[in-house]
Design a protein around this ligand. Structure first.
Ligand code: SAM
Length: 233
């Protein structure tokens, strides 16, 4: 039984990898393409986007990694930010572009890119955005296998300028025990303390962390999530 009244700042896990379904990039792409093509996602911004915009208000450039339909990208852009929205799903990227056209938002660039093949060269194209930016990753890290997560941190942390931030929200291992409405798809539940241990301190410094319930509540689901803010040093 999980006590939902507690936000857990001290939390121990058994260290095993827990996933809802096996990772297979083709199956995953079809899942997300179907999800966005069928308009199953909301355009209401997430609670994490609201917090991050407030905390990171003095940044002009936001890189929304695994942006989905662009709900949070659009929120940042509608508050005057330049946004680079990246997702491996073509249907997601089409939705971002369509919605930005509909709202006449001109500061969002949406690109289809798979982080499993992210290279320094791909990132160089966005050099102007990366110098001082917020790399925003909501419900993205747990959608990646461990190798791609490592690539994300390695490539992003070396491409962004000093003082830039990486802001992530992701499902924890405790969340694996909770019922879900969406059909099974790949989710790699993450121990936030293990993740922070793996971060290279020569590159990134932990500025903020919170773990618990009530941070990403949506209708009858109240996911157990972690939020971390890392600063490039
Ligand atoms: C749970 S959704 C989150 C969407 C959005 N950030 C939000 O909070 O509503 C995860 C997103 O990550 C994308 N994704 C998964 N693996 C990816 C990869 N290897 N490269 C780029 N995007 C990926 C999926 O297509 C999907 O849009």
């Amino acid at each position: 039984m999980i006590d939902r009244t507690l936000n857990e700042f001290h939390y121990v896990s058994d260290g095993d990898d827990i996933c809802d379904a096996p990772s297979n990039s083709q199956t995953e792409k079809s899942y997300w393409n179907g999800f966005y093509r069928n308009n199953l996602a909301t355009f209401v911004p997430s609670q994490f986007a609201a917090m991050t915009l407030l905390e990171m208000w003095d940044f002009d450039n936001f890189i929304d990694c695994g942006c989905g339909n662009g709900r949070d990208s659009i929120f940042f852009a509608s508050h005057g930010k330049n946004v680079l929205s990246i997702d491996s799903s073509g249907a997601a990227i089409e939705q971002v572009s369509m919605e930005c056209r509909r709202r006449k938002l001109t500061t969002v660039q949406a690109h289809q890119l798979d982080f499993s093949s992210l290279t320094e060269k791909c990132l160089m194209k966005y050099e102007n955005m990366l110098e001082r930016c917020v790399v925003y990753a909501r419900f993205f890290l747990h959608s990646l296998d461990e190798q791609t997560e490592q690539r994300f941190f390695d490539q992003m942390s070396s491409a962004i300028g000093t003082g830039s931030m990486i802001c992530a929200e992701f499902r924890t291992k405790i969340d694996s025990q909770l019922p879900k409405k969406a059909p099974p798809h790949f989710r790699r539940y993450i121990d936030p303390y293990d993740l922070v241990q793996k971060i290279n301190p020569a590159n990134l410094r932990l500025k903020y962390m919170n773990v618990g319930f009530g941070l990403a509540k949506f209708q009858e689901e109240d996911a157990h999530v972690a939020r971390i803010y890392l600063e490039k040093v």
